[in-house]
Write a protein that binds this ligand. Structure first.
Ligand SMILES: Cc1cc2nc3c(=O)[nH]c(=O)nc-3n(C[C@H](O)[C@H](O)[C@H](O)COP(=O)(O)OP(=O)(O)OC[C@H]3O[C@@H](n4cnc5c(N)ncnc54)[C@H](O)[C@@H]3O)c2cc1C
Length: 380
């Protein structure tokens, strides 16, 4: 019995999305990979077809759809074998901060563009000297009348080149307690004092434009702050569950695709006159990987169901993010071994997956941090 109950509408949405991606994304994935960026038109096309920000309420132009629609988009995006058109980051991680915490005026101003694909978002937390520990960020937001002046630098920012709107984590230099000093601000990319740096050269996610961002006396209205003053940490905590689920589902789907590709390869690749899949060593390796993937699927689907029910499961979601992303790395390695020589060549998709999957244990909270969170919540 399936844990997640997809309706006929969900299935039809998946079918339409798959067709769209087959026409507008898959044929260009290799080109984007080489160019290191996805053209903005691709975002626009996805928006026009209703595939961005499906959960945003109808009054802002969204579909007000449930989380299963987000899951469908994540899974189908991974099937395109490119990580440049990073719509789940935009739709399910960044834009929900605006939906939940921005003023009505900011929602009216920005949400329609986020849905249509005219506005591509980014989130700037990480700095050269602050990754896992956000209490150590140096970027400041200093109040000056009705404005806030932002100074500092962010790095490793996804969609840093394409972005039109950035959620920036900055601290109030007048507040000593780092937990109360942190705020999140919406910064329009056209604001004077905001500058995009160079696109960073990465080993994976090559079609995704990761960049540094610079803020030099960047003045924004104080009303661009999300939520209550000093509420940055609480907002981050609130949004971590969906963020980690998005990451987990992405890694799991990649593992499912990799094992399917590998099984197909092993059935059709002969070694000493018989298919590789007929060797017991191969069979055991495949079954071991498949068992882990199925365990991951059951665990993840249960957590998605809990999330949809509004149940907070921080321990389990942290565990799932850590275990599933590590499992996907093991699967990538095992599949690469079975592909042998061929797996190492770009011509075969396993090479790209192996590179792309590697980062998933690092971002959205490193796996060490995930285990630390689980331990903390358990009172260990
Ligand atoms: C492709 C890519 C895209 C990214 N996109 C974004 C983005 O859009 N926006 C953004 O803000 N950031 C982004 N990041 C940054 C990412 O979120 C950080 O890399 C992540 O938070 C980890 O921070 P760090 O790399 O500075 O590692 P560090 O925090 O320096 O950690 C280094 C090592 O120390 C370990 N460690 C740290 N603290 C502890 C602890 N307390 N206990 C045990 N071990 C610990 C970590 O687990 C890790 O193994 C991106 C990164 C990549 C690679």
């Amino acid at each position: 019995m399936e844990i997640l109950k997809y309706s006929a509408e969900h299935d039809s949405f998946r079918e339409t999305l798959r067709k769209f991606l087959g026409k507008e994304v898959v044929p260009f994935a290799d080109q984007w990979e080489q160019e290191g960026i996805v053209p903005r038109e691709a975002w626009k096309k996805a928006g026009e077809q209703g595939f961005l920000c499906t959960s945003v309420p109808e009054k802002y132009g969204g579909a007000g759809a449930d989380f299963l629609y987000s899951i469908i988009v994540i899974e189908e995006m991974i099937h395109t074998r490119q990580f440049g058109l990073l719509t789940p980051l935009h739709s399910d991680i960044i834009v929900p901060y605006i939906t939940s915490y921005a003023s009505e005026e900011l929602k009216q101003k920005y949400l329609p563009g986020c849905i249509s694909g005219d506005i591509i978002t980014a989130v700037g937390m990480t700095e050269p000297g602050a990754g896992s520990d956000l209490t150590s960020i140096s970027t400041t937001a200093t109040r000056a009348g009705d404005e806030v002046i932002i100074n500092g630098q962010k790095t490793f920012i996804s969609c840093g080149i394409n972005c039109d709107l950035v959620i920036v984590a900055a601290k109030d230099p007048d507040i000593d307690d780092p937990y109360n000093a942190l705020d999140l601000y919406l910064v329009d990319a056209s604001t004077p004092g905001f500058k995009k740096g160079n696109k960073l050269d990465k080993m994976g996610w090559r079609s995704q434009d990761t960049a540094e961002l610079f803020f030099s006396d960047c003045r924004i209205p104080v009303t661009n702050r999300l939520g209550q003053k000093g509420g940055g940490f609480l907002m981050l905590m609130d949004k971590l569950q969906p963020e980690r689920l998005v990451c987990t589902v992405g890694a799991l789907t990649a593992a499912e695709i990799m094992i399917d590709l590998t099984i197909d390869f092993c059935k059709n690749h002969n070694e000493s006159g018989k298919p590789l899949s007929k060797y017991q060593a191969t069979q055991h390796k495949i079954i071991d990987m498949l068992t882990e993937i199925k365990l991951g699927r059951t665990f993840t689907d249960k957590l998605i169901a809990d999330h949809i029910e509004g149940i907070k499961v921080p321990i389990e979601v942290s565990m799932a993010k850590a275990w599933v992303t590590d499992m996907a790395k093991r699967v990538a390695d095992g599949c690469m071994d079975l592909f042998g020589n061929y797996g190492y060549y770009e011509e075969y998709p396993i090479a790209r997956f192996w590179r792309d999957i590697r980062v998933m244990s690092i971002f959205a909270g490193t796996n060490e941090i995930m285990k630390g969170i689980a331990a903390k919540f358990m009172g260990l």
